[in-house]
Each structure stands twice: as C-alpha cells, then as structure tokens.
Design a protein around this ligand. Sequence first.
Ligand code: TRP
Length: 452
Amino acid sequence: MATKTGEGFSSSFGAIMAAAGSAVGLGNIWRFPYICGKYGGGAFLLVYIFFVIFIGMILMMSEFVIGRRTGEDPMKAYPKLMHHRPGWKFVGLAGLITCFLILAIYLVISGWTLNYFWESLTGTLAGIADGDFGTHFNEFASSVWRPVIFLVLFLVFTTIVIIGGVEKGIERVSKLLMPILVVLLLVLCVRSLTLEGASAGVAYLFQPDFSKLTGEGILAALGQALFSLSVGMGVMIVYGSYLPVDDNILKTSVWITVCDFAIAILSGIAIFPAVFACGQDPTGGPGLVYQVLPMVFNSLGGIGRLFSIVFFLLLALAALTSAISLLEALTQWLSSEKVGRTASAILMSAAVVLLAVAASLSFGDGIWSGFKLGGMQLFDLLDKLTGTILPPVCALMTILFFGWFMKKDDIIDELSNHGTVKIGYFNVFYYFLARFVAPLALLIVLISGLIN
Ligand code: TRP
C-alpha cells in the first residue's frame, strides 16, 4: 500500500498470511527436524527459541519498519533512509544476491518434493522395498532429467503467482494455502502420536541433551532461526513495503513468529514419533524426509499411501509460498528498474533456473559432481553459503543499520503508526535488543562459527 505502484496487501490478515507463508517452508518441515535431532533435541530447542525471539523477531520488526517507511525495494530503501548515500545500496544488494542463491537451492529441493508427491500419487513409492529408499533417493537426485523437469515445473507455478501480483497473486494464494497446511499437519501429528512406540520420538525431540550441543550446533541454531523466519535478506523489507499503513508491526511480527515456530514444532511431532515407531534412525540427516518417511508411510498399510500423498503435497505447498517471497524480492527490484512486472518475473526466473539446474546436476553422483569450487560440489557449496554463512552476515548488516544509523524518530513514528498505537516496549526493544543483544549475539556466533 505504501508503494508508488499502489501494490500491497489488502488487510493485516492477508499480510500475516503472506509473510507467514514466506517464513513457513522447507526450513520448518524438512530442515528443522533433522537439525534439531542432530544437535541434541531439547537442548537445541532452548537455544533456538532464544535466537528466534531475540534476533529473528527483532530483525523482522526492523525489516518491516524499513520497508514500510520507504515503500521501496531493499536496494533503494537503505540509501533512501540515509540521505541517499549510495554506499548503503550494498546492504540491500548483499541480501538480494543471497535471495538469488537461496532460491536456486530451494528450487532443487522443492523439485525433489514435487517428484515425491508424484511418486506417492502414482504408487511408485509404495512399491519400493524398505531397504531401497536410500538408493532410490540417490539415484533419483543424481539423475539428469527428472529433478530438472520437476524443478522447472515448480518454478513455473511460482512465476505464475508472482505475475498475478501482490494482492491477487501472493496474498490470495497464501490465505488459501496456509490454513490448509496447518490442518494437514495436525492430521499427520495425530496419526504419528498414536502409533505404538511414539513416545520415544517425543522424548527425543523435547528432552535436552546438552552434551550434543556444540559450538557448531549453536551456529546452526542461529542459521536455522534466520532462515526459518526469512529474515536478514531483505524479503521482509519487501513485504514491509506492502504492509497496510495501519498494520501494527509488533503484533504482526509476533503472530508470524509464533506461526513459524509452531509449525516447526508440529513438524517435529509429525516426524520423530513415526520415525521411532518404525525403528528408523532419527539422525537420518537431510534425507530424513525423503528416505525415512516413505518407509514409515509404507509400514502403515493402505492409509500410508494417503498420508504420503498428503505429506509431500503439504511440503510442496509450504515451499511454494516461500519460493514466491524469494522471487518477489528479485522481481520487485528488477521491476523498479523500469522493466515491467511480468518481464521482470520471467527474466529473474530464467536467470535463477540456470543456477538451479547446475546445482541439481552437481548433486550427489550427478554428471557435474566432478566440478568443484573451493573443494566443494556446487550444490554443497550453495547449501553451506545459504544455510550458515551469508544469512548471519546479511542479518548483522541489517540490524547494525537499524540500531545505529537509521533515525530513531523514524522508527518510533513507524512502529507507533504515526503516534496512534502505544509502544511502551520501545526502550527495551531499541536500546537493549536492537542495538546490543541482537548484533552482539550475531557477531559472537558468527565469529566463533567461522573460527571453527
Ligand atoms: N523461510 C523459508 C523456509 O523456512 C525460506 C525462505 C523464504 C527464506 N524466503 C526467505 C529464507 C528469505 C531466507 C530469506 O523454508
């Protein structure tokens, strides 16, 4: 609404659904459970909650403020708040480049998800023997055509929504999909919890084991908190620029954070009890969802096939609303450079698909797996960059800008909707959290993680 083009969300509810749609994605359902399992269950959870509240949510509010204040894309928003000093463009640029890289790898994994949805639907997965899921996954993900076809298909869906626009595309799709997602996930949770032996999975998820919580685990918790909330890279600046003028930024941010956290926990509850009930390895890593869950589904008999279809559909839908936000950030920037919205969306999709295909072909034993950058296959390099390194770096720049460079009066004016909303929390939020706690925590975790 604040934008020059008049594009924007029509209501606070729509805005919350769209931003929650961005936040809730593969990060919650695919990534959170295996990372949580890897770094000590309940112990990881405690650190994660700290980062979500004191860094993630603070950043989200900051980005909403920057976005709505300026009504601009991240590349223009920073300089605009700094008397048009062009140097600040680079903070926005760093975020956009990170979005581009995240979207590339996101497409690959979303493509896998679509394939698994398809294979559940057609019964292929149901016909695979228990011991063969690992091989099946590796053969599929390392092959040439199938993963590429599905990732392109997924990108086509994403691009269509973006071309539809902010209100008629993004808002409408998110308002429909987010509630469906919650219902599907709840159904899966109930099924999982009522399996025999489920309690071991619940214990695994919630019982703290501090011996597994290493420095690496703490950095992983931070990376996960940022990635999961979609903050630090400017995407929430973009959505902030579409926020209704009377939207209460604190309330909206709390809602999105709560939704995102709840969905991550529900995913853990849907997955771990089932994994334990079927005697599978909970530290299955990134393949947990693709290699372990199909086995769990098969062991449920006829109803398992239905659950398999529902689960992979849910994962694909969650991924869709997240991919939309990433492509929107890139599209909004390009379309502000005098290129039309449709052309921008198509051009950006065309650029990102090249990287995504290269990443797909370099995965596992793929035909480009021999090509190495810095000793790593392209897929692994992208995963590392977008999962652990770039998000904290971008987030640090954003919060330093917000806490130390942006005018305090602008922030007060924006948070209070020009004085119409009480912001009794401001001093704690600004002088304590945004200026000190969040940047220091980011800095400490980042440095210690890089040293390791
Ligand atoms: N938050 C999404 C997830 O959990 C991923 C995502 C979407 C994202 N947009 C983002 C991550 C922007 C970082 C920045 O899957």
